[in-house]
Design a binder for this molecule. Sequence first.
Ligand SMILES: Cc1ncc(C[n+]2csc(CCOP(=O)(O)OP(=O)(O)O)c2C)c(N)n1
Ligand code: SF4
Length: 361
Amino acid sequence: MEALKTPTKINTFLSDTATTDRELDYSSKDFSSDQDVRWCPGCGDYTILKQVQNVMPDIGVPRENIVFISGIGCAARFPYYMETFGVHSIHGRAPAMATGLKVTRPDLSVWVISGDGDSLSIGGNHFAHMLRRNVNLNFLLFNNQIYGLTKGQYSPTTPEGTTTKSSPFGSIDHPFNPLTFSLGADGSFVARAMDRDPKHLQQMLKRAHEHQGTSMLEIYQNCIVFNDGAFELFTDKKSRPRETIYLEQDKPMIFGKDNDKGIRLDGLKPEVVELGDNWSEDDLWIHDEKDSTKAFLLSKFFEHATGENGIKFPRPFGVLYAVDRPRYDEEVIRQVNHAAMSNGSPDLDSLLRGKETWTVE
Ligand SMILES: Cc1ncc(C[n+]2csc(CCOP(=O)(O)OP(=O)(O)O)c2C)c(N)n1
Ligand code: SF4
């Protein structure tokens, strides 16, 4: 085997995700494969697929440099439907596959598709390590709070008390909060979107692509067969203004049908207030996605969380947290380069022999 001649050979790998000078004239149809889509009619996965196909022409990456990697589950069928490269891998192990690929081919745009069971149950360990390492890839967590493919058992995000096929008396498991989990693992990009707001979902997909590091985008996805309506309060156009808040960097936290409610901070204690006589926009919390403490507070706007005054917090959508920090894939390459520069041309044969060799007779 030919030894690596000069460190510069490795250096060429440092060129990062391929945006290209080549004229790319794609439409969303160019990202639609010839496979029949086999999700149940009405499944939220369809609209997520459509939005991913819609944003692909805008990210400026040639199709042959895009890879979708999934684990196992209904969501995991996704790579079949994308006219890109793809791997339908092993249950919970997509982060490991994606990490290996990104380290060896940093020029590729790597997207991971995973369900809540896939990423937080069997794959919980891999999910956490991908986040702490900050591998430069985009992780789309389709959360339907149920196991879809295996027909409706409760998952690690199913709320307590939910009756499912595997919890006939109501689940007694305390669920994971995927965003709090991701922040706890030092994820550098943590965001939430939903299947039923395509425009916002597109914005979040683009932000995920732009972020250098692991972009963890949770997407609320309706499983119409085994958990229909799990997120209806947030996705239904009538209740959405009351129940959700859309985060925008440097903007005050305002929500409500008539933009009549806001969130203020009393020290580090969030409070829902009615805008009007007592409170104005100037009193409100200004969203700062670089503030990890505030991102954590936002991730806890969950289930029955209410403010001091008993008013329920709205569920946040958008980017809770986004910061730059060293990326694992870059660091691996830097280290390999450094070793090659300091030790000269590697010799695999002598490496395998090591310092001590002996003959067995
Ligand atoms: C090693 C292994 N254990 C268990 C299973 C069974 N299994 C397949 S998919 C799945 C969970 C899927 O749920 P989720 O990740 O939430 O995805 P969804 O189907 O809801 O999209 C399970 C437990 C498996 N395929 N392999
Ligand atoms: S079981 Fe649920 S998640 Fe799976 S394809 Fe059907 S609707 Fe979609």
